[in-house]
Design a protein around this ligand. Structure first.
Ligand SMILES: [Zn+2]
Ligand SMILES: [Zn+2]
Length: 134
C-alpha cells in the first residue's frame, strides 16, 4: 500500500518561459560577434600591422583604423592560416569594396549581401577624418 503519493517531484512544465528564446538569440549574437572579432584578431596576429595597399603602418593607438579584408570577399571563408585575409586601412578597404561593388553592379544583388553586412558593421565613416593627414 502506498499511502504517501507523489513524492517531492512536481512537474513544472505548464510554464512556458519566453525569456528562453531571448537568451538563445542573445547568445547566438554574442557568438557571432566573437567570431567576427576572432578573425580580425587572428589576422592581426598573423599579418604585420601594415596596410596591404598603401603600406601605412599602424600602432596600438590607431590599430582600430586597420581592418581585415577578405580577399575573395567571402566572409565565411576564414582559413586559419590567414590566406584569405588582408590587413587594409579603412581607406583602402573602402576603396577595395567600392571597386568590387562597382565591378559587380548590375550583376545579381544577392551576391553583395555579405559585403553590405560588413560595410554596415563598420562604424568608420567618422574615423576617416582622423586618418586624414593634416
Ligand atoms: Zn591603406
Ligand atoms: Zn573587405
Amino acid at each position: 500500500m502506498t499511502g504517501k503519493s507523489g513524492g517531492p517531484r512536481r512537474p513544472s512544465e505548464g510554464r512556458t518561459q519566453p525569456d528562453r528564446l531571448d537568451q538563445v538569440v542573445a547568445r547566438a549574437r554574442k557568438e557571432q560577434g566573437d567570431r567576427l572579432k576572432g578573425y580580425r584578431e587572428l589576422s592581426l596576429k598573423i599579418h604585420p600591422w601594415v596596410c596591404g595597399r598603401c603600406g601605412r603602418a599602424f600602432t596600438r593607438e590607431n590599430l582600430h583604423l586597420l581592418t581585415v579584408h577578405h580577399k575573395d570577399h567571402n566572409h565565411d571563408n576564414n582559413p586559419l592560416d590567414g590566406s584569405n585575409w588582408e590587413n587594409l586601412c579603412i581607406y583602402c578597404h573602402d576603396n577595395e569594396h567600392a571597386r568590387y561593388l562597382d565591378h559587380q553592379a548590375g550583376a545579381g544583388r544577392d551576391n553583395g549581401a555579405s559585403d553590405r553586412l560588413e560595410a554596415t558593421n563598420q562604424p568608420f565613416a567618422r574615423l576617416k577624418d582622423l586618418l586624414k593627414p593634416k
